[in-house]
Design a protein around this ligand. Structure first.
Ligand SMILES: [Zn+2]
Length: 185
């Protein structure tokens, strides 16, 4: 079941980094106007409207001889936690392509047979006014070399039955969907 979300935020409730003061196209001071049913930051000169969007990421359960691949995070936030490979989808990038790229960047592995499992929309841990959509996939390691990278201080293969509780909700949901897929439920 979807988690209860707060009412849709208005400009005064946007995260600080979204509270723009000037039009990015012509530097005119922005005003608040109703657009498509919500107050939004609008440019009275050129008509530009700020439509805030969630950040979009992809995470992957990597099937490897011996179990599932975990990486130990080398970057803030949450330095030191063990997690599934995950990263932002670039502007214009397919989620599947981002998943394959992030696995390589964080673990050195090449994967194939990518399958979609589930998605999660949730507030950011760092700022509950920011939102993330995370696409969860499963793929199989078919090449490359499992090794730490600039983004991961350690990497490991853990049997699925011994997988530790993961910190990030989107990754717990992805693991649950994976287990359900395996059992056919
Ligand atoms: Zn403008």
């Amino acid at each position: 079941m979807a988690e209860a979300m707060p009412a849709l935020p208005t400009p005064d409730q946007y995260p600080a980094v979204y509270q723009f003061k000037f039009c990015p196209l012509d530097a005119t001071p922005l005003i608040r106007q109703l657009k498509h049913g919500l107050p939004r930051l609008c440019c009275p000169a050129c008509g530009w409207v700020w439509y805030p969007n969630p950040s979009i990421s992809a995470t992957v359960i990597v099937e490897h001889a011996g179990g599932i691949v975990l990486a130990r995070r080398a970057l803030p936030p949450d330095v030191g936690i063990w997690h599934l490979p995950i990263g932002h989808i670039e502007f214009g990038e397919q989620p599947e392509a981002a998943a394959i790229r992030e696995v390589y960047e964080e673990t050195g592995l090449e994967i194939a047979e990518l399958r979609f499992l589930t998605y999660e929309l949730s507030p950011s841990y760092a700022d509950s006014r920011m939102f993330y959509i995370v696409f969860g996939f499963v793929g199989r390691a078919v090449g490359g070399t499992l090794q730490p990278t600039a983004e991961s201080s350690e990497v490991a293969v853990v049997p699925l039955a011994e997988l530790p509780e993961l910190k990030w909700r989107s990754q717990r949901k992805t693991v649950a969907a994976y287990r359900a897929m395996l059992t056919g439920s």
